[in-house]
Ligand binder design. Sequence first.
Ligand code: T4K
Length: 410
Amino acid sequence: MPRGEKVGLEYLATFGGTPLFKRPLHVNKPWVGDRAHFDKYLDTAWESHWFANDGPLATALEQRLADRLDVANCVLMSNGTSAMSLLLHVLGISGEVILPSFTFVSTAHALMMQGLQPVFCDIDPDSWNMSTRHCQTLISDKTAAIIPTHVFGRPCDIDGFRDISRQAQVPLILDAAHAFDCSFKGRKLGSFGDAEVFSFHATKAFHTGEGGAVTCQDDGLAEKLRLARNFGFVGPDRVNGVGTNAKMSELSAAMGMTNLDALDSAIVKNKAVYQAYAEGLAGVPRVSLVQYDAREKNNYWYIALQISPDFGMARNTVLQILQAENILARRYFFPGCHNMHPYCTMPAGKEAQLPNTGRVAENCLILPGGGSVDPRDVATICALLANIANNASALSELFRNNANTEPANC
Ligand code: T4K
């Protein structure tokens, strides 16, 4: 019997039983490539004493990433949020920007810091990506750009957004933070829209510890980004405009080179873990696992679940039970950006009508995934979820009198 099938509910850790896992299982625990490769790359920085400012490792990594994604330019940055901020800055736009509320809050913050107004758009209930239909209704003469996210690596409706952005004559920026090495119509993400923005944070499918990039086909845009990430320097003592420090260090680039060497085998492992979940959850009632289009390239990094509203127990109670067992599931992206400060106090948040965002944010759960999870542990997690699902009503009864102590966001 898989260990998750604790026979009596009283053995659950939330009721004082021993947790199923001795050590916490994190969502998106970083994976790493070969230590010997890392040492070799670090040695080059160590020996040359070159650690920053367009060093040889960062320059080589940019070229390898551009080749891998089949895009003309990859401009590395210190993280995904700086990449987005700098892109907004060099585009020189002003006004409103349409983005999903069901995404990481960094994009809304980047807009605010560039003096732009976020306009939150609802998602499609099946893909969880920004809805083209709703986006169309939000376009106005103040719209300055559109920024959909490829949520959990599944491409948004790129063709639909391209049409909308062309008609409105505004840039289309794609947030590809989750989507490294994923494809749309057989082509890797990175070359669509006016630009795509990646995060290479440690918790991403491909990472550099901290890092990010803007990819684009336009050489002029790439050049502006390269200057702006280095204070606008066009040569020693010569600055041509406002810039910042958003450069990637050679240490991060060494991590990136190492992980790129190992990425193919890492994705094979991610897929095995995803498939173990797909098999383990197949018979579990009223939960559905996010599906990846097998005709496309996927990184299989996110294990995203939807708990059906008729599950018999609130998603937050499921989360509480899992966490007590040391399965540190997360609620990305709860409660949706429009329900977070400061957006919930602004008309952009208060007046937003986003029913699908609300439903998905209330019912989603992200489970530990990626190659650092042992597929046998996946069997245990799935058996526990089956046990919870099959006893949801009885368990809910036990939780009924628990006060909800979570403070409201707004
Ligand atoms: N757009 C989208 C769609 C994004 O998802 C993100 C970032 C961005 C843009 C912005 O890109 P960056 O500026 O971050 O490059 C985490 C990540 O920090 C963030 O990068 C990510 N999205 C977001 C979805 O998740 P938190 O606040 O949830 O992080 P934290 O510290 O709670 O860690 C998440 C889990 O990973 C925990 O279970 C702990 C585990 N973990 C974390 C780190 C850093 C590890 O096991 N090892 C580690 O080294 O934001």
